[in-house]
Write a protein of this length. Structure first.
Length: 440
């Protein structure tokens, strides 16, 4: 099939590459000239495992192109995906300006019947707004062209986006147009050969399913984080509690890990958007509100432990921070706990030396002008003069570091393990003072 994808970010690029990989012809569009220039030159502006190889392979095979020209992309395609950002507005609602602008542009170039698919995460009812906008533009143009608006929320995870897209747990397609539904099924069938999980449903259900899924996942994280606070207070061990709890087959072990709170471009904004949607219909969402509150506090838990150890005044003290991305295998620092933690340390007078295996470019954008933060070339360089190391993102290379080497470099041997990666007994035996999350 011939496909256009509007927006070449994490979702747009993965979608474009994976559809091309399955033999479709894909044109990926963005407004950002820099991004498109890089992509046309075969350089991928984000870090996502496997993405660059897949993009290059499909560019060489002439199945994948990048352009600034929305008109050409729209007119050359049968299916047009909208994969632009939906950042949080001031009141927490999803800001739909980019989605509506994309719909407006598509409508102004629509030349024959096409399917317009919304892949961005959008509040329930957005397909109606997109529909209205397209109709308004077509009316103004004085043309009558058939089109279908479909909702196809994306469930990929940054860091494993390619695998998630190529072998999805499910594909949700919201449409009230049976023909469009069948075309979408045909498009996705190659991805679901061994696992037929193409779920066709009402548009509003599809839009809600995305928020419900992300909110539930965020709830799992805040739940275990709340229990970890109680473990700290009652001298229980969250690792043991987690085993005792998750071995129940009704609960399971997946996605229930204590830490320094969730971040990223999705959970925080999607929870806020669902809270906003609830309040709009007069329902006070108590669970969602609590999930968000617990998470905001959790981002500061490690700082509380630092304060308890070193006192409130951190002037003259240097802290090493390992990991800046909101999770491993991505360079995404949007809403990352690392930013909150570093800013809190600085506010108490500390200086910070930080390192992340792939997020250093992003880190420069966030901390480049901050004299209290030094971005280092590797994790061991951060330890020079450090009174403590804070592990924030559990990259593989941080999971079993050279503790002996660390001992020799650090000014004081203190570890604040924000992801419970180290064996407390073992690191204590090596002479470190150890603080984890909810661990005895
Ligand atoms: P992103 O910010 O990485 O990329 C969005 C891109 O759209 C940008 O490059 C921007 O320049 C471009 N853009 C905006 N308006 C445009 C227009 N009119 N024409 C062409 N390009 C335009 O965003 P993302 O992380 O890929 O997220 C996109 C959507 O997918 C969001 O709604 C998000 O919630 C959702 N989503 C994201 C993830 C994720 O892990 N990042 C997962 C599932 C769903």
């Amino acid at each position: 099939m011939k496909i256009a994808v509007i927006g070449s970010g994490y979702v747009g690029l993965t979608t474009s590459a994976c559809f091309a990989e399955m033999g479709n012809t894909v044109i990926s569009v963005d407004k950002d000239e820099n991004k498109i220039e890089m992509l046309q030159a075969g350089k991928v502006p984000i870090y996502e495992p496997g993405l660059e190889d897949m993009i290059l392979r499909n560019m060489t095979a002439k199945r994948l192109n990048f352009t600034l020209d929305t008109k050409q992309a729209v007119q050359d395609s049968q299916i047009i995906f909208i994969a632009v950002g939906t950042p949080p507005g001031e009141d927490g609602s999803a800001d739909l300006q980019y989605v509506i602008a994309a719909a407006e542009e598509i409508a102004s170039y629509l030349n024959e019947p096409k399917i317009i698919v919304n892949k961005s995460t959008v509040p329930v009812g957005t397909a109606d707004l997109v529909n209205e906008k397209i109709q308004e533009v077509l009316n103004a143009r004085g043309v009558d062209i058939n089109y279908a608006v479909v909702s196809n929320p994306e469930f990929l995870k940054e860091g494993s986006a390619i695998d998630d897209f190529m072998s999805p747990d499910r594909v949700v397609i919201g449409t009230d147009n049976p023909k469009a539904g069948e075309i979408m099924r045909t498009l996705y069938e190659p991805f679901c050969r061994t696992n037929d999980r193409i779920l066709i449903m009402g548009i509003r259900s599809a839009e809600m399913a995305k928020y419900a899924a992300n909110s539930f996942l965020a709830t799992k994280i805040s739940f275990i984080n709340e229990i970890s606070r109680l473990c700290d207070a009652y001298d229980a061990d969250i690792a043991e509690v987690r085993n005792g709890m998750c071995s129940d087959s009704r609960i399971g072990y997946k996605f229930i890990f204590p830490g320094v709170g969730y971040g990223g471009s999705c959970f925080p904004k999607d929870i806020k958007a669902l809270i906003n949607m609830s309040r709009k219909v007069g329902y006070e969402p108590r669970i969602l509100t609590a999930v968000e509150e617990v998470n905001s506090e959790q981002k500061k838990v490690l700082v509380e432990k630092v304060k308890a150890h070193f006192g409130k005044n951190l002037k003259g003290k240097t802290f090493a921070v390992w990991g800046l991305a909101f999770k491993p295998q991505t360079d995404d620092m949007r809403e990352a706990p690392s930013v909150v933690i570093i800013n809190e340390l600085i506010a108490m007078g500390a200086t910070v030396k930080a390192y992340d295996p792939v997020a250093m470019q992003e880190a420069k954008k966030v901390f480049g002008n901050n004299n209290s933060v030094t971005l280092c070339a590797d994790e061991y360089e951060t330890l020079k003069d450090a009174v403590a190391m804070l592990l924030i993102t559990e990259w593989h290379q941080f999971r079993y570091p050279d503790f002996e080497r660390m001992s020799k470099i650090m000014q004081q041997k203190v570890i604040f393990d924000g992801r419970n990666q180290y064996n407390p007994k073992a690191v204590k035996e090596m002479g470190f003072t150890y603080y984890g999350i909810g661990r005895r």
